[in-house]
Design a protein around this ligand. Structure first.
Ligand code: DGY
Length: 427
């Protein structure tokens, strides 16, 4: 552990603190992002426990309720919460059509890491009384969010939730979305991207991607945010293996939390969902890549790409062995788990989710491998990640071969991952 690096990581979080929430990085991402917030809270937990709990509570202050837009989306926790205005990002608060909300948000969600992070925070808390109280306050909101996923995104009860927008996956520009996005109409309206004011175009998604994500954003507003209409008419409907793994893990952790906090009915409800998903996930196995992959619900096709999303299967607790796939991934690059393996024709080393390494994904993949008994592989990923932190600091993502920092600089979740993984004892 390098204390200098830990101090720098803390400085990154403090500099990105906007009072109760942490922006991912100045300029490029000026609001509170959903899955970023959960990772940030883990980092804050290592040096400021009250601030860590506040991160999650501030995020949930934007959760949709029964009073919002007819109530069908009650429990939605949006992918962006706009606590304040900022004009350095597109699409900002005025683009989503959610002006009627008390706290304005986007209309889509993101991978639900929260229940897992809350459990890890509770386990590691020095101030157990405050941590228990915070977890107890959050429990109904966590349950409402998981119910939102199962109710609105798996209305048939198949066990496999769907996403309706690539931004919901958090792995926005993954090559797995090329096939389903090709079926989405391009918007014909004018809009102005702001990401290219901050980051070189070689590291960001192309215009064809933005034309389609804008179309999908506008379609939600036109559907009045009615989840039944959205699920019926959505032009992008994908069983994203990343979200499925993260939700599965979070529901297991939520069941444990509920039991610990005295809500046996909530625990049983989550366990039933976990069981259903456990039985259904085999349909997503890729024999070619030796890992589960995503599926397009509209065409029925497996989206057979070797992305890091499926390497979260051990973290999810699925009874599959992904060690061969992880070994293959590590053998092809030098700095941990590439977001897309070079064996894919779509591999693009510096471009957003088509090649680079994300440190929080390294953490989650390693954690799952450790739990499955693949300690050597887990330790290899940890050692690679530590070297990357030491050599390249806290960028948004990293070149999988050279280790060069890419995307946004002084990035909160990268700093938080360092603090949680490299400076604090594992819970
Ligand atoms: C972006 O704008 O690239 C974000 O990842 C969307 O959440």
């Amino acid at each position: 552990m390098s204390s200098t690096l830990a101090e720098r990581a803390q400085q990154v979080l403090r500099a990105n603190d906007r009072g109760g929430y942490t922006i991912p990085t100045a300029g490029l991402y000026p609001f509170q992002w959903n899955w970023d917030a959960s990772v940030c809270a883990l980092g804050w937990m290592t040096f400021d426990e009250p601030r860590a709990w506040r991160e999650i509570e501030t995020l949930f202050s934007g959760q949709w309720t029964a009073a919002d837009y007819g109530g069908g989306s009650a429990g939605l926790l949006a992918h962006i919460t706009f606590h304040q205005n900022a004009d350095s990002y597109f699409p900002g608060p005025d683009e989503w059509g959610t002006q009627a909300l008390a706290v304005r948000t986007s209309s889509i969600s993101q991978p639900p890491l929260h229940a897992t992070m809350v459990r890890w925070m509770l386990e590691s808390a020095k101030d157990q009384a405050s941590a228990q109280a915070a977890a107890r306050r959050l429990l109904p909101q966590l349950l409402a969010h998981h119910r939102w996923w199962y109710r609105t995104r798996d209305p048939e009860g198949s066990g496999l939730v769907r996403v309706l927008h690539p931004w919901e996956t958090g792995m926005d520009n993954s090559p797995a979305w090329d096939h389903p996005l090709a079926q989405v109409p391009a918007t014909t309206r004018a809009y102005q991207r702001r990401d290219l004011d901050h980051v070189d175009a070689s590291m960001r998604p192309p215009k064809a991607f933005y034309d389609r994500v804008v179309y999908l954003m506008d379609a939600n507003r036109q559907a009045g945010f009615d989840p039944v209409l959205m699920a019926r008419n959505g032009r992008f409907q994908v069983n994203d293996i990343g979200v499925i793994c993260i939700l599965q893990r979070a529901s297991r952790d939520l069941a444990a939390l509920a039991l610990q906090l005295g809500d046996a009915a909530g625990a049983a409800e989550m366990q039933a969902q976990v069981q259903r998903t456990h039985q259904a996930v085999g349909a997503l196995w890729s024999a070619r890549w030796q890992q589960p992959v995503s599926r397009c619900l509209l065409s029925g096709q497996l989206l057979d790409e070797p992305t890091s999303a499926g390497l979260l299967a051990a973290y999810a607790g699925f009874a599959v062995d992904i060690s061969t796939a992880v070994q293959d991934s590590l053998a092809q690059t030098r700095h941990g788990v590439a977001s897309t393996r070079p064996a894919s024709a779509a591999f693009d080393a510096p471009r957003y989710w088509r090649g680079p390494v994300w440190q929080h994904i390294n953490l989650l993949v390693a954690r799952g491998l450790q739990e499955q008994g693949h300690s050597e592989l887990a330790e290899r990923i940890r050692a690679d990640s530590l070297a990357l932190f030491e050599n390249a600091g806290f960028h948004e993502y990293f070149h999988p071969n050279t280790g060069a920092g890419l995307g946004g600089k002084d990035f909160s979740w990268t700093a938080a991952t360092y603090l949680h993984w490299m400076t604090a004892p594992a819970p």
